[in-house]
Ligand binder design. Structure first.
Ligand code: NAP
Ligand code: ZN
Ligand code: ZN
Length: 351
């Protein structure tokens, strides 16, 4: 074991604060990474505050991790000391179930091990995430980072990037499709960039009129202010696909009604309470309401390589870790442009 420092929530109502803990020394299949940057996902906030009612404390959030390899185990041939490496939302899975065999570890039937809020496969111990100095991860779950991209802007690709890339790919979004992205936050701004790069006609739905110019710069062809009923009515029954990234309660039926016959709305935003689906919004025109969870490891690598090829990174605001609580407060007000990234050089040396 070796000593690490991070930031943890000790309970739902406590602010995150410095926290010392131990991680395992790298085993034969492990890679130890010295973390350079970690993105701040809205899931970190949901989890730290126990909004999904399943948090194990202490909770060290963070699953958009990039850094440099420090040590590798004897069986690791794909990474060497000093290499760039990334870790996303998963650090392990059973490797045997049909989903794991299909490369869809996120749907592992007994359950994958999340990067934070575990439990670990063998020990059942809680896992601690990327708001920390180091992480030790099995080589199967370590990603290669394209060398041509800005490293801090790559961190959010490990969750926001793959969570939007995977459904866009699964539903085969491309040229000739009119697609909607709902919400311009961390996930939404990646969704706009990726769908634009895939050649779709992209319409961004936002509650924030001030984000219109940014949405166009990111690649949106049209921007609709979702609070404007006339602007919404003008889009009725015209979409081939919609990706909803909204983190709070909202009217999902307003978007289902924008789909063409047989088309699909995919929900990736995960509000704490259920969303009300009016049956006629799906019965009418045989529409589909689906969900999607992050993406598998092979697909995450494919997404990183796609971003390397197209020069895609996140728009970030870098923060020192002692500003995490004010970052969360701004995230709750939809005031993020468009992902906070923590500079791990700002960690204290002791808790
Ligand atoms: P974020 O940066 O906070 O963005 C969410 C956006 O939703 C906001 O910027 C805002 O965009 C919109 N929004 C917020 N409150 C709203 C409201 N009351 N009504 C309508 N729109 C509202 O969050 P994020 O990190 O992108 O995460 C989004 C959600 O996805 C979270 O719930 C997160 O837990 C979830 N998530 C799911 C997965 C998965 O695998 N399915 C993976 C990662 C994250 P506008 O200002 O443009 O309206
Ligand atoms: Zn996330
Ligand atoms: Zn499995």
């Amino acid at each position: 074991m070796f000593q690490c420092i991070g930031y943890a929530a000790q309970e739902a109502t406590a602010p995150l604060a410095p926290f010392s803990f131990e991680r395992r020394d790298p085993g034969p299949n492990d890679v130890e990474i010295e973390i350079v940057y970690c993105g701040v996902c809205h899931s970190d906030l949901h989890q730290a505050r126990n909004e999904w009612q399943n948090t194990n404390y202490p909770c060290v959030p963070g699953h958009e991790i990039v850094g440099r390899v420090k040590r590798v185990g004897a069986n690791v041939t794909t990474f060497m000391e000093g290499d760039l490496a990334g870790v996303g939302c998963m650090v392990d899975s059973c490797r045997e179930c049909s989903s794991c065999r299909d490369g869809l570890e996120q749907y592992c039937e007994p359950g994958f091990t999340a990067t934070y809020n575990g439990p670990e496969q063998k020990t059942g111990a809680n896992t601690y995430g990327g708001y920390s100095s180091h992480i030790v991860v099995d080589k199967h779950f370590v990603l290669r980072i394209p060398e041509n991209l800005d490293l801090a802007g790559v961190a959010p690709l490990l969750c926001a990037g793959i969570t939007t890339f995977s459904p866009l790919r699964h539903w085969k979004v491309g040229p000739g499709h009119k697609i909607g992205i709902v919400g311009l936050g961390g996930l939404g701004h990646m969704g706009v960039r990726l769908a634009h790069a895939m050649g779709a006609h992209v319409v961004l739905f936002t509650t924030s009129p001030g984000k219109e110019a940014d949405a166009k710069r990111l690649g949106a062809d049209e921007v609709v202010i979702s609070k404007d009923p006339e602007a919404m009515a003008a889009q009725a029954e015209s979409f081939d696909f919609i990706l909803d990234t909204v983190a709070a309660q909202h009217d999902i039926n307003a978007y289902l009604g924008l789909l063409k016959r047989d088309c699909t709305l995919v929900q990736v935003g995960a509000p704490e309470k259920p969303l009300d689906v009016a049956v006629f919004s799906v019965i009418w025109r045989r529409r589909n309401f689906a969900g999607s969870l992050i993406g598998g490891i092979a697909e995450t690598q494919e997404m990183l390589d796609f971003c390397g090829k197209h020069g895609i990174t996140a728009d970030i605001e870098m923060i020192p870790i002692d500003q995490i609580e004010s970052a969360y407060a701004r995230m709750q007000k939809s005031d993020v442009k468009y992902r906070f990234v923590i500079d791990m050089a700002s960690l204290p040396t002791a808790a």
